[in-house]
Design a protein around this ligand. Sequence first.
Ligand SMILES: Cc1ncc(COP(=O)(O)O)c(C=O)c1O
Length: 454
Amino acid sequence: MSLSLGTTAPLAVLGHDVEVPLVSGEKVGYAALDYAASAPALQRVWDDVAAYAPYYGSVHRGAGYLSQLSTDLFEQSRRTVAEFLDLRAGDQVVFTRATTDSLNLLAAAVPAGTRVFAFETEHHASLLPWAHAGLEVGYLRAPRSRAEAVAALEEALAAAPEGPKLLCVTGASNVTGELWPVAELTGTAHRYGARVVLDAAQLAPHHRVSVRELGVDWIAFSGHKLYAPFGAGVLAGRSDWLDAAEPYLAGGGATRTVARELDGSVAVQWHTGPARHEAGSPNVIGAYAIASACRALTEAGFDALEARERELVERLTAGLAEIPEVRVLNLFGAGSARVGVLSFVVRGWNSSHFAAALSAEYGIGVRDGLFCAHPLVRTLLGDEDSAPSECGAPEPSLPGERSLNAIRVSFGAGTPDEHVERFLAAVRELVTDGAAWNYRNEGGRCVADTRRAG
Ligand SMILES: Cc1ncc(COP(=O)(O)O)c(C=O)c1O
């Protein structure tokens, strides 16, 4: 596969030619700049799934030809993911529904008494499963540099009592896009006997990830952020805790034998390995789609993909820096390395209003809100002035709590340069001239009115 470094996207995605209506009644090509929520499907993934669809059959449950073929495809997909992640011998790949599911699975498998550490800056999927599973959690304050993150972890681990420990950390922030010092944090964690799970939901679609080189014990990611939107995700890594834990779900596929005992009870022998936590009929299309995306990204080459994305990020940050009303949200300081994810606020604007105007007047799809990382976004917003408007923040504020939000723009291997250029031009125009149309709050959503602004 040849990779274009020109103005077109390196990889073909579905929806690149979709037109959407503007409030003016005109139509315009949709600029999908919300990859961090869900990336469009790669054309290659779609084609692979379509080619397989007629051969679809049950997995691990049928003697027929198509069942055998589907079982082989499912297991081959597991091996492709293991290669993509550069797993170690003995590591296993469990197919899940998505990152949230993967981290909840691990939380349920962690030995009782494990103390978990997580920075308060994490996505809720990385922040919340541990306490939810009844584990003790040490929340680490938002660090303002990578070195501070490593130092904060070291301090917390040094003070922690004996016993099993786990750090859950993101590879790239879903709010700022900033890269976290995963290898350094893992080195520190391991020196104190703590294990590490990497939330790679925002890292894997943008960067080559080697579990072997990073040294993390587990990794989790979602297919729908990796151009494979068919309802599957991955938890991969060490098998010991997973094999020792109760199965995540009880049911067919996870069992080796089930027998009725003389006393009327039912005795179960559970599988070890991935099957232990994959009860129920597996999502073979989802797993195959992830494997297809892994192959497509590997063939395109992460060196080239990363170089191209860095160039777009630089263009975006340079363009926004020229607009004094725009404040880009950074945890580790301006200019810190990031993937194609960036959040910002605009002085004098409510973020929901701004995002609605980008959609209704320019056909640009971004996200506004707190991005399932409420503590982080609130920390980053700090004392930012809000411009109250009828299009309020998406959730009612609690007494004494500011109800502010931000705008997030995100992109990837399917993004043509034109989308970033159009986005910058639209931000400039909105800041300079204001919205051309009126907006109102409809059921908590900011929507354009058919009246022009006066
Ligand atoms: C960093 C990070 N972790 C976890 C998740 C949860 O992923 P999913 O919603 O696919 O379970 C997300 C989703 O936005 C994310 O950005």
